[in-house]
Ligand binder design. Sequence first.
Ligand SMILES: N[C@@H](CCC(=O)N[C@@H](CS)C(=O)NCC(=O)O)C(=O)O
Length: 216
Amino acid sequence: MSEVIVYGVPGSPFMRSVLVALEEKRAPYRVEPFAPGALKSEEYRRLHPFGRVPAIRHGDFHLYETQAILRYVDSAFPGPALQPHDAQSIARMNQVIGINDWYLFPLVARVIVFERIVGPALFGKTPNEEAIAAALPDARLCLGELNRLLGHGDYLAGADFTLADIQLAPQLEYLAATPEGHAIFAGTALRAWLDRVGQRASMRATLPPEMLRRAA
Ligand SMILES: N[C@@H](CCC(=O)N[C@@H](CS)C(=O)NCC(=O)O)C(=O)O
């Protein structure tokens, strides 16, 4: 099968989720990087009309939206299944992904991770402490809820590593690297889960660029 081309800004956690899924499947792929300032360009908007990261091309097939891409990668390539088969685990996986897309990323990571890591590293910005402080209640709520849903399980949707872990781990690795995230994560089962998932070959093979890792 032809290789998947992944378009986006290296270091984007959504893009990393796609790379992790491709690594888990051992699917052939390559990254076509764009600069952060190029996302609203005509060239990038042809790939993703909303100017977000990531987008992919597989042969003639173009796709954007991380959830859709992850499900496509899981169906299109052989290798370990990344989605569960029983109704409750499927529902849990979808719920966790929903928490990421509706609450964790827009209300928490987009503020705390951006202000602490991405803004300073990529745009030379000084963190907005007020915005960070205002995001803390949602950070505690999101991490508390993910920790509750994980419970004593190995993975977020139950016994198996799934797209829920793949979507959440890149986001949470960044958040845990901020002082605020570090403090909220301390001593939780979610912290142990993140450490364990972070050791997977697919996560190690897709680390963010040095510049972003240094800023964390
Ligand atoms: N719903 C999109 C969200 C993707 C997203 O927001 N990506 C961030 C990067 S991690 C982005 O493109 N940010 C640029 C911007 O907001 O202009 C998806 O799931 O793919």
